[in-house]
Ligand binder design. Structure first.
Ligand code: ADP
Length: 166
């Protein structure tokens, strides 16, 4: 038996975290000894975030408080560098639709080139969250849609404060 604890990294922008993200994080926490949720400080692909990194981290910490093997870290480096720094051999991503697959395939090839020793692992989105994205929730919030079943209560409240149009 190996004494080494297995660590998985769940990276993302989490702007803000949704119940779909939390589903993946919880499922990863059941499979690995430790899960580090990596919150990217300034996402390159998505531009400016609605919430700063401190608040995005706080949302996830609150929502995962009952999972003792999950911790959250902000990062501004390559994902594979963070994986190495926290001792993760696996990067865990959620896959919702074909569009996620195309993007993830490209990222997989790039990450593999940078760090062949780190494996990416994909968990299929649970059917109830297959069409849930942070950007979709933000759009709903702008127009006063009901978001309470899609994100934790604190996130729903903050989204309404930031986005609801009068
Ligand atoms: P988003 O694509 O919603 O902006 P992130 O960039 O924060 O999310 O993504 C972090 C990870 O979570 C990615 O692997 C993404 O595919 C995954 N993910 C996002 N939403 C869901 C969901 N509803 N179900 C499963 N996985 C998801």
């Amino acid at each position: 038996m190996s004494a080494r604890r297995s660590v998985a990294l769940c990276p993302g922008s989490y702007d803000p975290v949704t119940n779909g993200h939390l589903d993946i994080i919880g499922r990863a926490a059941a499979l690995w000894d430790e899960v580090v949720v990596g919150v990217v400080n300034h996402p390159v692909r998505k531009g400016a975030t609605l919430f700063d990194v401190k608040e995005r981290i706080a949302f996830i910490e609150e929502a995962t408080a009952e999972l003792p093997n999950v911790r959250v870290e902000g990062f501004s480096t390559l994902v594979v560098e963070l994986a190495r720094a926290v001792g993760a051999r696996a990067i865990v991503k959620g896959l919702r639709a074909i569009s996620d697959f195309e993007y993830e395939l490209e990222m997989n090839q790039l990450n593999r080139q940078q760090a062949p020793d780190i494996e990416s692992v994909y968990l299929m989105a649970s059917p109830r969250y297959s069409f849930l994205s942070s950007s979709g929730v933000k759009e709903l919030a702008i127009f006063g849609g009901v978001i309470d079943s899609l994100v934790p209560a604190t996130v729903a409240r903050r989204l309404r404060e930031e986005l609801a149009r009068s």
